[in-house]
Design a protein around this ligand. Sequence first.
Ligand SMILES: NC(=O)c1ccc[n+]([C@@H]2O[C@H](COP(=O)([O-])OP(=O)(O)OC[C@H]3O[C@@H](n4cnc5c(N)ncnc54)[C@H](OP(=O)(O)O)[C@@H]3O)[C@@H](O)[C@H]2O)c1
Length: 314
Amino acid sequence: MRAIAIRKIGDVPELMDLPKPTPGEGEVLVHLGAAGVNPFDWKVADGALQGRMPYVFPFVLGVDGAGAVEEVGPGVKRLQLKDGVFGQFLHPPAGIGTYAEYVVAPETLAISVRPRGMYNDQASAVPTPGMTALDALDRLALEKRQSLLILGAGGGVGSFAVQLASNRGITTLAASKGPNRDFLHKLGASRFYDASAKSFLDDVKLGYPNGVDAILDLANRGPEFEQHLALLKPGGTVASTIGAATPEVVGPRGFQGVNINLQPTFELLDRLSKEFSSGKLRIPMEEKIPLAGAVEAIERSRAGKIRGKIVLTI
Ligand SMILES: NC(=O)c1ccc[n+]([C@@H]2O[C@H](COP(=O)([O-])OP(=O)(O)OC[C@H]3O[C@@H](n4cnc5c(N)ncnc54)[C@H](OP(=O)(O)O)[C@@H]3O)[C@@H](O)[C@H]2O)c1
């Protein structure tokens, strides 16, 4: 099968011809139609899970994908042959990835049947960013009309979080360094802020002089993360997807800090499917690239220059 893989950590990924896997006990073999590109993909290929999970080489990149169940292993109960599925396929050993024609995975993972009207390319864009956005909003537990400032709103998690927050009646303030004003308003943002403007902090303070109720920061750590805390109301909550909301930084200022560490489940996926089926969730798939273009997609993801989602068609 064709796959984008590396032979050792740090290699530049390349298109390889690898053996088609076979499903073991409790596993399904999925014939993939598309794979979503996430920053997590290159972070894992750079060694982010070393010490937490064994690695297998050649290491096939990618965790999100969509396709059809082509074989089921013994003992599989929930999924069936020919089911059209999407999900997050990461399981030990790391390296059995979705940038490939086929992937095998235990059916207990966050893999679900795609809802009607959601095609493979769209579906592959959903799992990691959609579940992360949903998890973050659950943990922030904001009420209707409370304000949420989302930093790094133009990327994958942000473009789901803006929609899911707006759907809950939360006043959603989207901040982006990219030219994403129209894109984020269309997804439901109440206000857009240019986070690259010198006046950014003042711009937000003008509308929210007492501070916003919560911040979801998808992009910043260190001093950049800390300076945005000036925008939070006393006792407010800040969530980070990159571990920046540490007790040492957040606690002394009297804020609540939440570090998101996604635990993918098919229940989370099914909630996203419901939101899609009710017409309230648009899949922010902005670009489709053939599998062989994965290296370029990864470089753009590393540079943080992504609007919505890029998916690889297989
Ligand atoms: N902890 C978890 O469980 C978990 C789960 C999912 C994702 N994550 C992490 O959360 C982060 C966001 O994920 P994502 O899928 O939304 O990523 P993405 O699609 O690549 O979007 C990240 C966005 O952050 C902004 N950004 C600003 N400066 C950046 C820089 N120097 N480098 C990278 N991005 C920059 C950009 O948005 P603007 O153009 O709008 O400024 C960019 O589009 C990633 O680091 C990812 O690995 C963690």
